[in-house]
Design a protein around this ligand. Sequence first.
Ligand code: 5GP
Length: 285
Amino acid sequence: MHPSEKEFADLLDYYQINYLYEPRSFPLRWDGSRVVEMFTPDFYLPEYDQYFELTTMKQNLVTQKNRKLRRVREMYPEVNVQLLYRKDLMRLMGKYGFGPLSGVSVEGTERVLFDEALVQRRVRELGAQITEDYAGEEPVLIGVLRGVVVFMADLMRAVDLPVQVEFMEITHYGEERQESLDVIRDVTTDLSGRHALVVEDIADTGLTLRYLREHLQAKGPASLRVCALLDKSVRRMTNVRLDYVGFEIPDEFVIGYGLDYGGRYRNLPYIGVLQPLEPKAVAQR
Ligand code: 5GP
């Protein structure tokens, strides 16, 4: 009946959750034997014995609906009904990075670039490619903390070979990232004669990767390659070779799937563009 109901239904379908649409009406008031008021929740999820009523309406109508819902709960205490506001629905959609709805705005995300399913699929493809290319070897995957943790966790499980996993940490000095880099945590595995694969969340200017390459090359690996989930190649300032790339992205600041803004948003399951702060919000800071 309503686009939001369609969105919710699509989400349930996608996750193969059974539901019934408006299967039951609850009489609330009678005039003699005639029912004059009733409540028909939008969805029923039989496996969870849970009704859902979606509301996207104006506040005064929401108040009315809330009153009805209170009455249902009083009269039918065994019935579980949950009201979902528009923002609840948006959060659900954002959380699951749902395909056709991936353009919806959720707090912090202006729009979803790659939803969860797409990211997972691409990471599996990268894993399969790496498995093929390193067949018979035991590569050392080297991640740079902290943005890479989510990607690394998924990628290493998509590689069907014995692997070792290492993490490095580096700091950037100065205002501009390119000014100076330093390793604060180095790999502990002896890389000489080993096949090293640097795993990065994003290649932006490429300066971090160039530095890493030089640093790791000095340890005498048999081979040294780079796998970057995201490639913002328009910003490249140095010619650094990327052997595996998940997605090309435009010149926008992205968050999610390990990538942060001010330490937040790393746990989003999708990759999205950061919502620029509204002027009002900036003024309040
Ligand atoms: P580069 O040395 O290639 O300029 O910098 C790469 C690092 O910059 C990444 O590992 C990441 O930490 C950070 N970075 C670059 N672009 C973005 C972005 O769009 N979003 C986030 N969250 N981090 C970024």
